[in-house]
Every structure is written in C-alpha cells, then in structure tokens.
Design a protein around this ligand. Structure first.
Ligand SMILES: [Zn+2]
Ligand SMILES: [Zn+2]
Ligand SMILES: [Zn+2]
Length: 92
C-alpha cells in the first residue's frame, strides 16, 4: 500500500470556512471544488475546475499535500506520492 512520506510538511490547519479559490477570485474565474494547501494555506480549485489552481500551486511551489475543504469530505492528497489518505484527527 502506497504511503505519503511528506506528512512533516503539513503545517497549516484545515480552515473551517473559505471564501473561494484565491486565484479564481483574482481573475474572476469559476471553480467546482476547493482544496487547501497544507504547507502554506493556499486555497485552490480542483482538477474538475477550468483553471485547476490547486494542482498548479502544488507544481509551482512543490507543496505536496492538499486537503479537501468541501463539506463532508475529510480526505487529503499528496501530489508527489499520488496517494489519498486521511490525516490523523480529521476523519469523521
Ligand atoms: Zn507524500
Ligand atoms: Zn481556481
Ligand atoms: Zn502551498
């Protein structure tokens, strides 16, 4: 079973409320789902969104782990290991 080796880079808590994708808000874009970067707190949009800002941010910054900030979703994802998981204490 694949495991993420980047958990030490999770330094930012998952926010309770977010305004929207930071980058879409700047350009007037639209998003589908939102992800938070756990290294710096950047809010970006998912790969189903036209601009895929969460993936773009991970690539540009080398920040590996995002967590869904959608209601009822607890999963995190590591771009480097390509693995989904739940961080301790963030499941139901
Ligand atoms: Zn990882
Ligand atoms: Zn976006
Ligand atoms: Zn980041």
């Amino acid at each position: 079973m694949p495991e993420c080796t980047h958990l030490d880079q999770v330094t930012v808590p998952r926010p309770d409320r977010v305004a929207g994708c930071e980058d879409c808000l700047k350009i007037g874009g639209r998003w589908v789902h939102l992800r938070v970067c756990r290294s710096c707190g950047h809010i970006g949009c998912c790969d189903s969104s036209p601009n895929r800002h969460a993936s773009a941010h991970a690539k540009a910054s080398s920040h590996p782990i995002v967590t869904s900030v959608e209601r009822g979703e607890d999963w995190s994802y590591c771009y480097i290991d390509d693995v989904m998981f739940e961080l301790a204490g963030e499941g139901e």
